[in-house]
Design a protein around this ligand. Sequence first.
Ligand SMILES: [Zn+2]
Ligand SMILES: [Zn+2]
Length: 356
Amino acid sequence: MEKPVCVVFADAFAYSSYIQLGGLGEEFSVQKIKPGIAYSSNLHYLLFDGKTPDDVGFFTDYCWKKAEYNNPGKMKNSLDQIDTLNNLYRAFERKLTKKHDNIPFGERAFFECKGKYKFMESGECTVFGKKVVKAYKKTAEASFDEAEEQVTRGEKGIVVVLEILDHVGHEVGSEGTKYINAAKMVIERTKKLFNHFKEKNPDGTCILISDHGMGDVLTGVDVLNPMKRLFGLPGEKYQVYNDSLYLRIWADSNDMLLKIGSYLNKIDCLYQIDESNRQKYGVTKHEFGDLIYVLKNGYYFNPNCFGVSLRGGVAGLHGYMEPLDQVSGILVTEFGSGEMIDAMNVFNTVRDAIGK
Ligand SMILES: [Zn+2]
Ligand SMILES: [Zn+2]
């Protein structure tokens, strides 16, 4: 007989906010999650299935098409896209479609979105090795309502998926009123749901978890234009790709990689995911980049390869890897140690604790 489990997954619930608001109360202990690598799409598979980017076959959402990796010349014009016209086009398209599908006009053929989201499809799924039904509706309130009904119906495995904190966090940051109010609502409704679940299932386990927090976006960093001046246009001797926080370089010659590496290693707000960390985080494939860098907290790439300017549009970002309270996620359980837990260990720890 499977042990009953009720999981509330609040995307982008920051550790700092949970502490400030007092959390779920005495019976629960909160652990700060030391951030894993990349964005939500990778982190969901890591936390709930124990799968790394190597396992799932993608690292961040967008990649160059594989056929183009070994043919950098073809990409030459594609990545030289940091221009005003492209920015205008992007702004126009976003207004029109309300989508943030960052591919520049005419460049779609070179990119593919390989990132998949674990909770996209409806119905059943597994979290921590257990089969659960999703409560995943348009709004957070409707998702909680659905979960309450599932408990009443006698469901023994439930995962509530909440996107609200991610949405408002990007918009106003984790200190913004909208974010704080949403976090309060998530705590209140989670308390209510967990009480209800425990009434029905005294032997059940309740878990509140997030994948990351939300860092304030303060300072734009341009590496693309300096790299063009120093190493020539991308597509000749090397390729470069960066989204908001991650930078990836490919080159055919070791010499070029060394040159670029020693330039980038001198930039203070940037650090390299070195070989031992690539092993640790499971990001070893060549197609993920010969060199991979991530920005320190508070910085963002502006412009980035897609020619998208973040200024004015985004107050918060995630994907930062330093374990500051604001950018770290939470694991709230009745069995936790209270100590910081590495994102890499969350899956095994929870699966072992909740057992069969
Ligand atoms: Zn997320
Ligand atoms: Zn997000």
